[in-house]
Design a protein around this ligand. Structure first.
Ligand code: KG4
Ligand code: ZN
Length: 351
């Protein structure tokens, strides 16, 4: 089965052609147009600019992926697109275009939940993953731990109480004037540190429930930066900046790993998936490997290009879902809930 996957829920516009085989998904081609330069001056994604840019980029991104794969729209077996969650303007352009393309060719069409995409990114390297799996999906917008019964069914175990972990990276880079996007820059800077700065204490909650919180960590970073005059403009070559970055990522990785042993015992999970943009982080990858080995869990962390938002993960998830029986009625949804897999497809969906 040949699937075109489209993803534009935030600031990246990506298309991929994936061949779904009995041995798992195979990537034939992927294109991605980043908007880093556009949003860089603002230190974060400007939703209106992102939406307009997607409209301009989409045509080339899709044409590029099809050309690289050596196929035309008519050769596809289905089109999969991110339906939500995300920025509504960013979602809408690609969502509408995907329906138009599917309608033209009378192709099955499937809307994909963004987080199911991040989970399915792991299928490229671990198609035979043993389930149930603990799925830590961690990005600029999400820090969620799910129990995955299989590639399409997720049950929420725990999520952040406030900010996503990616936000701590992005805001720290902004406070230190290191550039945009923050995560990869903080990661590179941290790897140059000879030693970390003093550790941060994990937050404690009155109800005693396990959960994550990253807004306090952001404030903690702010206070430490303000305490040292000139640190905010010292730059990535300064050892004090490097030490702070290293502490930040060691803290985030340790906090993210903390609930894994308890949930492994509670759920009987056999594997651990770590995916989403923050799963590119070198320290998180190291700590996840250590945790999985200690607990005897099979670990699946996608290659970095499949961790950040990309069309391949949407194609891989879309290949496992039933196409929409009535594609006309679905709409892009910035708060799309994770719902059970829809009913099987009728004849032609395009009435
Ligand atoms: O999954 P993603 O591409 O988009 C969302 O769905 O949000 O994740 C983007 C997030 C950003 O916060 C970015 O700073 C972070 O992933 N990120 C990283 C690294 N690479 C990307 N965070 C830490 N270390 C990295 N190497
Ligand atoms: Zn994402």
């Amino acid at each position: 089965m040949l699937v075109l996957g489209l993803e534009s829920s935030c600031d990246d516009c990506s298309a991929a052609v994936v061949r779904e085989t009995p041995a798992g998904p195979v990537l034939l081609a992927m294109t991605r147009k980043s908007q880093d330069e556009l949003h860089g001056p603002y230190g974060g994604v400007v939703p209106e600019l992102a939406a307009r840019e997607h409209l301009l980029q989409l045509r080339n991104v899709v044409a590029g992926a099809l050309a690289k794969a050596g196929v035309g729209l008519g050769d596809l077996d289905r089109i999969a697109v991110t339906q939500g969650p995300g920025l509504v303007g960013s979602l809408l352009s690609t969502f509408s275009a995907s329906k138009a393309m599917a309608w033209r060719e009378r192709l099955p069409w499937v809307g994909v939940h963004h987080l199911l995409g991040h989970l399915n990114a792991a299928r490229f390297s671990a198609p035979d993953l043993p389930f149930p799996a603990l799925a830590l999906l961690v990005s600029g917008g999400h820090t969620h731990l799910y129990l995955a019964r299989d590639w399409t069914h997720l049950e929420l175990l725990q999520k952040t109480r406030d900010d996503a972990a990616g936000e701590a990276f992005d805001k720290t880079a902004r406070m230190l004037n290191l550039g945009y996007p923050g995560g990869p820059i903080v990661d590179t800077c941290a790897q140059r540190a000879v030693r970390p700065a003093a550790p941060f204490t994990p937050p404690k909650f009155r109800d005693g429930k396990p959960s994550w919180s990253f807004s306090g960590l952001k404030t903690g970073m702010k206070l430490r930066i303000q305490a040292v005059p000139g640190l905010d403009t010292a730059g990535a070559d300064d050892p004090r900046v490097q030490a702070l970055c290293r502490t930040l990522q060691e803290t985030v990785a340790a906090w993210l790993m903390k609930p894994i042993p308890g949930f492994r015992d509670e759920t009987g999970a056999r594997s651990l998936v770590v995916s989403g943009g923050v799963a590119c982080n070198s320290e998180l990858r190291t700590q996840a490997k250590r945790t999985a080995e200690r607990l005897g869990l099979v670990l699946a962390i996608p290659e970095p290009r499949f961790c950040t938002d990309n069309g391949a993960m949407i194609a891989a998830a879309g290949a496992r879902l039933e196409p929409a029986a009535d594609p006309w009625s679905g709409n892009a949804d910035p708060n799309l809930p994770l719902v059970p897999v829809p009913a099987p497809l009728q004849e032609s969906p395009w009435k």
